[in-house]
Design a protein around this ligand. Structure first.
Ligand code: BMA
Length: 319
């Protein structure tokens, strides 16, 4: 185990939380877990908004600098459509967006809340105004999904998180492949939740989509620690082989980011930091996260420092 002095790799923005429900142009309970991307120089967040019935939809916020001056759609942008898509009966949640360069469009992987439990659906958008549903791709219970931006030997790859046996068997991250974004197979476990006292014991899931770096696909994932007073959602890193994303090259032993500030500790689900999106400009990472299922926080860091931190805290170093 490495016992070096802890230094902060991700720094919270001083104006956190950067977006709360008070910033929305319409009434809602909370705004959290946003996807993030940059389009024509503008930062776009596709935010989960929970209404006062308890059901979620997605709404777009745009900012010239990714920090302030957010312009938020006047009405919900992307809403569950149970008449044609019954799996969206109880709303849609937690989007992750992936830009597909060759198609000049984004694929949104989101949670559809069906009567049978949460499942994974895909949609495509070119402008974050209209969304074309590609349908449900993973049956319940499954969530925390995102697409890789490239194909591997001609097949798309999706990370997702099924929950077998009502969670008693542990919830691990899986990887599946598809020739057409519709038919999925070659399912296999990618990263396993650890056991016992670990911060990421029994339940883990992908946070933002995997990020391509010179060293491999950088994966930020959440680990859930169950305690006597509820769950703590923390974040750790892993690195996957660029050519073969099934190969896990590194995985952090320690968590990298954990609820600390009052807006992360208190809220509808206190003790949860839950990012669904990040952007990279030059070496700067901007991580957008749900704080306590109530508001949106921003944390920034250098990609090179995240990779160096992962090297230093690689769990293989524990052996
Ligand atoms: C997870 C997801 C997230 C949520 C988190 C904390 O299982 O459902 O939407 O932010 O729990 O409540």
């Amino acid at each position: 185990m490495t016992m070096t002095r802890h230094t902060e790799v991700l720094t919270r923005h001083p104006s956190n939380p950067i977006i709360t429900s008070a910033d929305l142009p319409y009434s809602a309970n909370s705004v959290f877990n946003p996807a993030a991307t940059i389009r024509d120089g503008e930062t776009i967040l596709l935010m989960r908004v929970e209404d006062r019935r308890g059901l979620s939809h997605l709404t777009v916020a745009r900012s010239p600098d990714g920090v302030a001056r957010w312009r938020i759609d006047r009405a919900p942008t992307f809403v569950g459509k149970p008449d044609t898509h019954p799996e969206e009966i109880w709303g849609i949640e937690d989007p992750r967006v992936t830009f597909i360069e060759e198609e000049q469009r984004w694929i949104v992987a989101y949670t559809a809340y069906s009567r049978g439990g949460p499942l994974v659906s895909l949609a495509a958008t070119e402008d974050f105004k209209t969304f074309e549903r590609l349908g449900a791709v993973m049956p319940p219970e499954n969530k925390d999904a995102a697409l890789f931006p490239v194909t591997f030997a001609g097949r798309w790859a999706l990370i997702h998180r099924p929950v077998p046996g009502g969670g008693d068997l542990g919830a691990h991250m899986w990887l599946s492949f598809s020739p057409d974004l519709k038919h999925w197979g070659d399912h296999g476990v990618l990263l396993k939740a650890r056991a016992g006292g670990w911060w990421d014991a029994r339940k883990i899931g992908l946070s933002p989509p995997p990020l391509e770096t010179d060293h491999g696909w950088l994966v930020l994932y959440h680990g859930v620690r169950t305690t006597a007073s509820g769950s703590i959602y923390r974040l750790g890193l892993a690195l996957l082989d660029l050519e073969n994303p099934r190969r896990v090259l590194k995985r952090s032993s320690e968590w990298l980011f954990s609820p600390r500030e009052p807006y992360e500790r208190f809220g509808d689900v206190g003790g949860a930091v839950f990012p669904c999106g990040w952007t990279l400009v030059d070496d700067e990472i901007r991580l957008y996260y749900g704080a306590a299922d109530t508001s949106i926080g921003l944390a920034t860091g250098r990609l090179s420092e995240l990779l160096a931190w992962l090297d230093e805290h690689d769990s293989h170093a524990d052996e």
